[in-house]
Write a protein that binds this ligand. Structure first.
Ligand SMILES: NC(=O)c1ccc[n+]([C@@H]2O[C@H](COP(=O)([O-])OP(=O)(O)OC[C@H]3O[C@@H](n4cnc5c(N)ncnc54)[C@H](OP(=O)(O)O)[C@@H]3O)[C@@H](O)[C@H]2O)c1
Length: 256
């Protein structure tokens, strides 16, 4: 069946302009695909364009760990979309180390830049427009592993914990302007980045937090499991929801 313009106009996010960081694969690509299916216009980013960037999305190449990279993304959002109604700060990732003393100083900085400051910087450039228009939604992608503080990933979980703390504060700042801010914290999800990280972790040998038993729901997450929660949060169905963190992990983590 072909999709007519009227079908597109009737979709839930028709007319919305969305920016998703890290949409070239994994969870980000699933979010981009679902946003497109819901009728949004989507711009996504990564350090390089790949064949797995969903068709129909505009793309800008940038490294969001740097201020210049974040500025390039915000500029592209203005040029391509003319503004942003939906911002999903998703780009991120982890690199495990044997223990806390093995994490080099530059890795702590790198993880803060990627998993925390990239969102702070991008939000700082794009949420003033939402505040002025008195409408908009932001979703931060953190991790269900924050409460575990597992030593191989302490630099990662600490940065993602900061992201959750900041997300709540930004929500309170923006609530009077009708702009909602929430977080989604994925559990173990089958993505290229997730699999690579778990292989690196396994190669370090037995250590704290190593547990390969499936979550209570019996399987690892799929990118669409996480994208479903993001799509709910950016839609009007979540219009009375702000400052919250939804953990999507098949029931694995005790807190969340
Ligand atoms: N998969 C899991 O099990 C899991 C669990 C908890 C939380 N998460 C979180 O979910 C989010 C998505 O993870 P994923 O598993 O989908 O990872 P992924 O498969 O590695 O995809 C990450 C995406 O982010 C982009 N990216 C990475 N570093 C970047 C940088 N410096 N600048 C710009 N873009 C960058 C990647 O493209 P390039 O590399 O080409 O730049 C890619 O598009 C991350 O925030 C991650 O921490 C994942």
């Amino acid at each position: 069946m072909t999709t007519t313009k009227n079908d597109a106009e009737m979709r839930e996010l028709a007319g919305k302009r969305a920016l998703v960081t890290g949409g070239s694969r994994g969870i980000g690509a699933a979010i981009v695909r679902q946003l497109l299916d819901a009728g949004a216009e989507v711009l996504t980013t990564a350090r390089s364009k790949t064949s797995t960037v969903p068709e129909g999305a505009a793309f800008v190449e940038a490294d969001v760990r740097t201020r210049a990279g974040v500025q390039a993304v915000a500029r592209a959002a203005q040029e391509v979309l003319g503004g942003v109604d939906i911002l999903v700060d998703n780009a991120g990732g982890a690199r495990p180390f044997q223990n806390v003393w093995a994490i080099p100083d530059e890795e702590w900085q790198d993880q803060l830049d990627l998993n925390y400051l990239a969102s702070v910087r991008l939000d700082a450039l794009l949420t003033p427009g939402m505040r002025e228009r008195r409408s908009g939604v932001v979703v931060h992608v953190s991790t269900a592993a924050v409460p575990t503080s597992a030593p191989p990933f302490l630099h990662y979980t600490a940065a993602k914990a900061a992201l959750l703390n900041y997300s709540r504060g930004l929500a309170l700042e923006l609530a009077p302007f009708g702009v909602r801010v929430n977080a989604v914290s994925p559990g173990r999800t089958a993505t290229p980045g997730g699999e690579a990280t778990r292989e690196q972790w396994a190669s370090l040998g037995e250590g704290p937090g190593q547990d390969n038993t499936a979550p209570p729901l019996g399987r690892d997450g799929r990118p669409d499991d996480i994208a479903n929660a993001v799509l709910f949060l950016v839609s009007d169905r979540a219009s009375w929801l702000t400052g919250r963190n939804i953990t999507v992990d098949g029931g694995e983590f005790p807190v969340g």
